[in-house]
Design a protein around this ligand. Structure first.
Ligand SMILES: Nc1ncnc2c1ncn2[C@@H]1O[C@H](COP(=O)(O)OP(=O)(O)OP(=O)(O)O)[C@@H](O)[C@H]1O
Ligand SMILES: [Mg+2]
Length: 237
């Protein structure tokens, strides 16, 4: 058996007197994982801990190396963070920051950034200031910026929130394409259909704890935890 891609051990995150993550032990294999759970369950905090953007109060986050190096991670946030410059320059800037990419000539970075924008269907808005784009367009720029980095693992925090149905389908297609290219994806979402079509397995978070980690078909047919069951029962969509 190959080693899991990521191991979390007794992970705790406490801030302002609240335990957002309350003792998470989890092994994730390469591939596609969906993290589900109610508002406030700790999904975004868990992704940030995985990425290293938050330091755990205790416990461990351990990524397995790839070919003797640390895996390249990229993340798309629940609320996209764009700089005050064009959509294209936002993507180029992401590449310039990356140790693995910045040695490339400027013209090549620009080409790659344009290609990434084209893949999320935003080539026509490349020169528009990122901050005046619609929420859905900003989300897609953020996705292009992450994708352009050619990460080994992409962490996506509700990438289809605030998108209209057409944009949602477009983003779903992009996510599936990224995954098909061999990038592992860990995604939080409230979109049950997306989770079902996308994921190999579901991690269900309940009040900062892993209530279950279940193959996707099993989760939607017969969740193992009471929390997972209640969540699915309560779903409207
Ligand atoms: N940096 C932080 N420090 C302390 N507490 C935090 C921090 N970030 C989030 N929290 C708290 O942790 C809890 C979980 O938040 P989180 O954003 O992870 O929920 P979520 O599962 O992503 O919810 P949603 O579905 O609404 O996005 C919340 O009560 C939140 O207020
Ligand atoms: Mg969240």
């Amino acid at each position: 058996m190959a080693e899991p891609m990521l191991q979390l051990r007794d992970l705790v995150f406490e801030g302002r007197g609240h335990r957002a993550i309350d003792g998470v032990t989890l092994a994730l294999d390469a591939g596609r994982t969906a993290i589900l759970g109610a508002n406030g369950a700790g999904k975004s905090v868990l992704l940030r801990l995985m990425h290293g953007l938050l330091m755990p109060s205790s416990g461990e986050v351990q990524w397995t190396g790839i070919d003797g190096r640390a895996p390249r991670l990229a993340m798309v946030f629940q609320k996209p963070v764009l700089l005050r410059r064009s959509a294209l320059d936002n993507v180029i800037y992401g590449l310039q920051l990356s140790p693995a990419q910045r040695a490339e000539p400027a013209a090549r970075l620009r080409e790659r950034a344009l290609a990434a924008l084209a893949r999320v269907d935003l080539a026509h808005l490349a020169q528009r200031p990122g901050r005046v784009l619609s929420g859905g367009e900003q989300q897609r720029v953020a996705l292009a910026r992450a994708w352009a980095l050619e990460p080994d693992v992409l962490l996506l925090d509700e990438p289809t929130a605030s998108l209209d149905p057409a944009a949602m389908r477009a983003v779903e297609a992009v996510i599936l394409e990224i995954a098909a290219g061999g990038t592992s994806i860990v995604m939080t979402t409230h979109h049950r259909g997306l989770a079902r079509r996308f994921a190999d397995s579901v991690v269900f978070l309940d009040a900062g704890r892993v209530a279950e980690h279940t193959p996707v078909n099993e989760f939607f047919a017969q969740p193992r935890s009471g929390g997972g069951h209640a969540y699915l029962e309560g779903e409207i969509a």
